[in-house]
Design a protein around this ligand. Structure first.
Ligand code: FES
Ligand code: FES
Length: 153
């Protein structure tokens, strides 16, 4: 079993992992960070999106062993003792979630995108959102939330 050394939400972890363990299962089952959701497990829905070394990745398609030496951020890193972060507040304000299953993935995809460049119009927001699937919201609130958070940067 490979030994990995990985930093998750700022905390270092040294773990022995099975070769076939996915990063998603490692986060959920080993570290109990269950905010990362598993929908399709085929890289389609985006519910499992986390940030690895600054890039949004599908954690269902990445092996835990591949995260050796990496910095991983999950949805649990967004809020702090003072409350939700501005993107989460924007989701709340614009009703950008209903059941919430897809929400962690959207939040992490948008977080990674906003670090790269501001999101200033609806087409750009839709482009950023297009990698994730929501079965509830109809996307209108999602676009508004992303524009709101993009403008707040
Ligand atoms: S669960 Fe990973 S993309 Fe759907
Ligand atoms: S809020 Fe239910 S799947 Fe998106």
């Amino acid at each position: 079993m490979p030994e990995i050394s990985v930093t998750v939400n700022g905390e270092p972890h040294e773990e022995a992992v099975d070769d076939r363990l996915t990063l998603a299962d490692f986060l959920r089952e080993r570290l109990r960070l269950t905010g990362t959701h598993l929908g399709c497990e085929h890289g389609v829905c985006g519910a499992c999106t986390v940030i690895v070394d600054g890039a949004a990745v599908r954690s269902c398609l990445m092996l835990a062993a591949q995260a050796d030496g990496a910095e991983v951020e999950t949805v649990e890193s967004l809020a702090d003792d003072h409350g939700l972060n501005p993107l989460q507040e924007a989701f709340k304000k614009h009703h950008a979630l209903q059941c919430g299953f897809c929400t962690p993935g959207f939040l992490m995809s948008v977080t990674a995108a906003l670090r790269e460049e501001p999101i200033e119009d609806a087409d750009q927001a839709r482009d950023v959102l297009s990698g994730n699937i929501c079965r509830c919201t109809g996307y209108r609130g999602l676009v508004q939330a992303v524009l709101d958070a993009g403008a707040a940067k």
